[in-house]
Design a protein around this ligand. Structure first.
Ligand SMILES: CC(C)(COP(=O)(O)OP(=O)(O)OC[C@H]1O[C@@H](n2cnc3c(N)ncnc32)[C@H](O)[C@@H]1OP(=O)(O)O)[C@@H](O)C(=O)NCCC(=O)NCCS
Length: 308
């Protein structure tokens, strides 16, 4: 999409929004569908701004449960489709009004176009909490997650102090060093992969994305740095998946810190899902997926970006 603000976005997305509205009316028996969607949007707007994109408030879950009781999974999905699409024009207008968020626009537009093209055909059961692709799409249209290419940014997150207690004395020492360098644990940007832009997952894509993040961070002097938590910062990747070693090398060469943390419920699935090699090495006892948090403090991050 090229410019045009909310009016342009409304015009571009009108057919998809109209289709979602028709489907919602059909499922909810007429105008009642729009009333339900409006009250659901009001509940969504009460989501605290400094809460992570995937920490769904109890009020939102309760509103979803009410929809489910009234019309089952098909009503929940119809409301979610409509809310996602109907939120796009105003979200785009709000993003475009903030000059420092200019790097987000291109990625927001491509995410929105993907939603408009795909949501009607997305099965009902995939359009609900806590499924991450749905939660991320919702976060994008609610402007809680800025899509920026290889990763999206959750802009106001607190670093979890308990991470530094999960690797014994080494973790505690690292924690002290990190707190000293960051001078606090919030706010930081937390980075997340976004399924609609996985084609940007390459050394070039990550580097370009970090530059976009730096451009925005430069305009927000209160941000202390960025962090991400995943299996692919693991030093073992140098050996098992050397084509992914760039992911650690670049930040570590420019002032980032790596902290070993406890594995989560998805660590093994995520690490083994796409790679026959990692699955084979794991089965042979030669690779155990391990989660790490990578923290890149503001000063060295912006210094890298200025010189990159
Ligand atoms: C993270 C992720 C996107 C990285 O994908 P990737 O850059 O393609 O790297 P992977 O090592 O996972 O690639 C999978 C396979 O494709 C191959 N591959 C990757 N890039 C390739 C390329 N440019 N050319 C040819 N083959 C390639 C790899 O060789 C690998 O197979 P192998 O390990 O058996 O050799 C992918 O692993 C993934 O989607 N994982 C599941 C979700 C996840 O982990 N999300 C993050 C949660 S924090």
């Amino acid at each position: 999409m090229t410019g045009g603000g909310a009016a342009g976005a409304k015009h571009q997305f009108e057919p998809a929004i109209d289709e979602a509205e028709r489907a919602l009316r059909a499922v909810a028996g007429g105008a009642r569908g729009l009333e339900l969607a409006e009250s659901y949007r009001r509940v969504l707007s009460s989501w605290p701004v400094d809460s992570p994109y995937n920490r769904v408030p109890a009020e939102v879950l309760a509103a979803r449960d009410t929809l489910r009781r009234e019309g089952g999974a098909s009503l929940v999905a119809a409301v979610h489709r409509f809310v996602l699409l109907a939120s796009i024009p105003a979200a785009r207008e709000a993003l475009a009004a903030q000059a420092h968020l200019a790097p987000v626009l291109e990625w927001f537009d491509s995410a929105a176009a993907g939603m408009a093209a795909e949501l009607a055909g997305t099965p009902d059961e995939r359009l609900d909490f806590p499924l991450d692709p749905f939660v991320k799409d919702l976060a994008v249209v609610l402007r809680r997650l800025w899509p920026l290419g290889a990763v999206g940014v959750d802009p106001r997150v607190r670093l979890r102090r308990t991470w530094f207690t999960e690797d014994g004395a080494r973790g505690l020492l690292q924690g002290a060093g990190v707190l000293l360098r960051l001078r606090g644990t919030a706010p930081l940007y937390e980075i997340h992969l976004y399924h609609r832009h996985l084609s940007e997952f390459s050394e070039q894509g990550w580097t370009a994305c970090y530059r976009r993040i730096a451009q925005i961070m430069g305009a927000q002097p209160w941000i202390r740095g960025l962090f991400g938590k995943t299996w692919f910062w693991d030093p073992a990747l140098e050996r098992v998946s050397p084509h992914l070693a760039y992911l650690r090398r670049l930040p570590l060469a420019h002032g980032a810190i790596l902290v070993r943390v406890r594995n989560g419920p998805h660590t093994y699935v995520n690490a083994l899902q796409k790679s026959e090699t990692r699955r084979r090495l794991h089965a042979a006892g030669k690779y155990e997926p391990q989660e790490y948090v990578l923290i890149w403090p503001r000063r060295p991050f912006l210094r890298w970006a200025a010189g990159a």
